[in-house]
Design a protein around this ligand. Sequence first.
Ligand code: BES
Ligand code: MN
Ligand code: ZN
Length: 532
Amino acid sequence: MCGARLGNNVRMPGFTSAAILVTTDPPHALETDLLVIPVFENDSGNGLDGLDSAIGGEWSRTWTAREITGKLFETSIVPVRDAWAARRVLLLGAGPAEGFSHETAGRLAAASAMLARQRRSTRIGMLMRVPDAHDAAVVLERLVQATAEGFVYGQLQHSPHKSAGPDLPPLERAQIVVPGGRDRSPLQDAADRGRVIGECANDARLLANEPGNLLTPRVFADRAAALATGTGLAVEIFDEDRIAALGMGLLLGVAKGSAEPPRLMVLRHEPQDAPQQPVLGLVGKGITFDTGGISIKPADGMDRMKVDMAGGAAVIGALCALARLGVPLRAVGIVPSTENMPGGRATKPGDVLRSASGKTVEVVNTDAEGRLILADGLWYAQQLGATHLVDVATLTGACVVALGRWATGLFGKPVEWVEAVRGAADRAAERAWPMPSGDEYFEQLKSEWADMSNTGGRSGGAITAAVFLKQFAGDGPWAHLDIAGTAWVDEAKPWQTKGATGTAVRTLVELALCASEWSGAAAGPASSRGVE
Ligand code: BES
Ligand code: MN
Ligand code: ZN
């Protein structure tokens, strides 16, 4: 498994959580408020010696009474007798053992952390039960990393603006109990890595939950700079004059309708020990509020458009994680940020804008603004030397129609690079589903009045958006993640509060951690192999 050890871990103004310790002590020795034991369907009780008597026969009683069946997220909390050091055991349904994965492990950990905090338990421990089928050491590392990520993810308290909320104490101690006879140190590294990634995902969630009035482009940029402080990232914030000097007519065109000035965030991770190439270029959509502009959106549900900077937040979160983890790879993060408003100076349908790359765009619909600002961002990432591009954006409603809320749309070229991103998403337990982006679709973007139009009609709306971006992605590897369906959840889940999900942070970090495996996706002219 590719990974990095935790580098210099300075205190930062982002989401913080207690250290997560991996222990090989037997479960009975764990001193904790809540010892979480995942329970599989038809669980044989393997590795749970002494549990039944420690909880006064509750294990056998509840199975017989079918109070527990091992169904995913089923919970039963039982007190523990003196022989075990834990105060209570949480039997937590983990589903069928065959289907157990790092995704399930992460969600169970997040659910446990949420539950522990609601109960005001400040010490939590979780037993890592590895089903027989998955016994490899690498799998255990993944499970531990995902568990640590989940522990942190589950600790996010939303609604910082509610004056009276449940003031839940933070977790003071989190432990992961692994079976004895294992080498603890790579597992502790995995837990440290998971904690940092979880914290950075929470930073992205906190940003994306902020309302548009409080998180304007200027505030967004200030907060990005604050998050980067102390991580070793180089940060530059460009104001409207510098954006104009770079010739970013698409970003400025979107910003014109707003009283708030735009910003361009540039974050660079340049570790000493990293080779000059490759350079990962991450570009995130940073629309702090999307009214649609002159092509204004309907009122219903428009409040949700505060999440339209989630791609930008994910890029910031990922860059912070790379720096904090000391990942030996060069990376740049570019976040163009503006509001999309219908002001008196706003760009109008039919207006023609000139991009920094020189290509001109007819703005047929001002609500297709994300692709405009990303186009200038993609250009700038290449100016800074990025060899491998990934952009992340809440880009199209059409992507939500196509894939629903459980998969991110994945587009790009060449196939090898798309595969690298898809693999990273899988390992990060963030599903990304490959979609076409072949040049045939450019037909729909043809314009009488400029090099291209910014919309391609109703059919294949997520695809034509991607193909628009492709015009600005250069000749090298480029992938596009459309997170319109996955950046936000309307309903709380056992492992996830309502609101921003922080999606793509884990995928991007995983992609960077495995840079040595980017074979076949070398920088240079796009491959013509396979389906694009
Ligand atoms: N920010 C929206 C896309 C979106 C939709 C994000 C739902 C999150 C949830 C984007 O700027 C947009 O408005 N896209 C238009 C494009 C159309 C005008 C071509 C859309 O999807 O309707
Ligand atoms: Mn829009
Ligand atoms: Zn938008």
